[in-house]
Design a protein around this ligand. Structure first.
Ligand SMILES: [Zn+2]
Length: 362
């Protein structure tokens, strides 16, 4: 008997998207009861958001669709609204267009645009739902998958994000081409997994870090907050420049002078910060900013360091650290840049210099 008709091509993107949809359906079911209350709240917010627009406005768009105006004109209106930041208006127009669109390819296009508008307006659940619907119509849909990936990153549903990432890799025909992104998502998933004990989580994070040294910054952040002693043992001298801001902000209570002295850049940084006992610190530094700060010691706290984060892909600079560039959306590792600034902090603020762990990732 020939069973070939049962054979499935596992490299087929349509198959992987189908698997993604099945996984999502399964996870959604389990998650349903836990999230019911939260979802109701979110839906209410969406409803409130939608009813904010006058009936007249709604009717106007519906009438426009019913009058049989060329869909291109309506799409143009929606795109204009989207580009000028009027996302709610864009959503309404796209919804009106969808009502009269029958052609599948056009529907996919409108659904993707609608998903993007919901995303921009901050309605991640709605955006995710419409994109999944669009993927049901067309599995090989890179734009929808890319946006879905960013939504699951934002909502910190890292396991779903990994599924989407794998579908993208298969669609792009390059297995493991996004290994850095995947390692970050796996770390996020471990950190968010409440079923793990602290010890098990640490073990699994260390195992992941051994395979993905790119995670240095994230692992350092995690351990400085949860197990500082261990954090100092995990230092990778080749990657210290990725985490200067983290070291600059750590509390003196978890400072390890012995280990800091072993690495030139940390020796300079903590000498500039003033964390070493008198006589132990360096009197000059190779890095200009640290050198100035060391020399300004007698004018204690008159200067400070400010950090900015540059995207290696598009070179845009941001005041907060990121794992995905807010401008070009590349998932890369921001380059940390330092600037000397006048210290405006009060004595109280300086004493409250506690380090907050990974607020922008988990
Ligand atoms: Zn960028």
């Amino acid at each position: 008997m020939d069973f070939e008709f049962l054979a499935i091509d596992y490299r087929n993107p349509a198959f992987s998207v189908a698997m993604l949809l099945i996984t999502i359906a399964a996870i959604s079911l389990i998650d349903y009861f836990l999230n019911a209350a939260r979802m109701r709240r979110q839906d209410k917010n969406v409803e409130r958001f939608l009813t904010r627009f006058s009936a007249l406005q709604n009717k106007q768009y519906r009438d426009l669709a019913a009058l049989g105006l060329p869909p291109e004109s309506l799409i143009f209106m929606a795109q204009t609204a989207y580009k000028s930041g009027e996302f709610s208006e864009a959503i309404h127009i796209y919804l009106a267009i969808l009502e009269t669109t029958t052609e599948a390819a056009k529907k996919v296009e409108i659904m993707n645009a609608l998903g993007a508008a919901y995303h921009k307006a901050g309605f991640y659940k709605r955006s995710g739902d419409i994109l999944l619907e669009s993927l049901r119509l067309k599995a090989r849909n890179k734009g929808a998958l890319e946006l879905l990936l960013r939504i699951y990153e934002t909502t910190r549903e890292y396991d779903l994000a990994i599924e989407v990432l794998e579908s993208l890799e298969e669609l792009e025909g390059a297995a493991d081409s996004r290994f850095k992104e995947k390692a970050l998502l796996r770390a996020g998933s471990l950190i968010r997994n409440r079923a793990l004990s602290d010890q098990k989580r640490e073990e699994e994070l260390l195992e992941l870090y051994a395979k993905s040294p790119d995670l240095f910054r994230l692992i350092l952040e995690y351990f400085l907050a949860k197990n500082p002693e261990k954090a100092w043992e995990l230092i990778n001298p080749d990657r210290l420049d990725e985490a200067l801001d983290i070291f600059w902000r750590i509390n003196v209570n978890i400072f390890n002078a012995e280990i800091a002295k072993k690495y030139d850049i940390l020796f300079e940084l903590f000498s500039a910060k003033g964390y070493f006992a008198k006589g132990e610190e360096k009197s000059c530094a190779k890095i200009f900013e640290f050198d100035i700060l060391i020399k300004l010691k007698e004018y204690r706290n008159s200067a400070d360091l400010e950090f900015s984060y540059r995207c290696p892909a598009c070179h845009a600079s941001f005041p907060a650290h990121f794992y995905r560039c807010p401008a070009c959306k590349s998932a890369l590792f921001a380059k940390v840049e330092t600037t000397l600034v006048k210290n405006e902090a009060t004595k109280d603020e300086l004493e409250r210099n506690d380090y907050e762990v990974g607020a922008n990732f988990y």
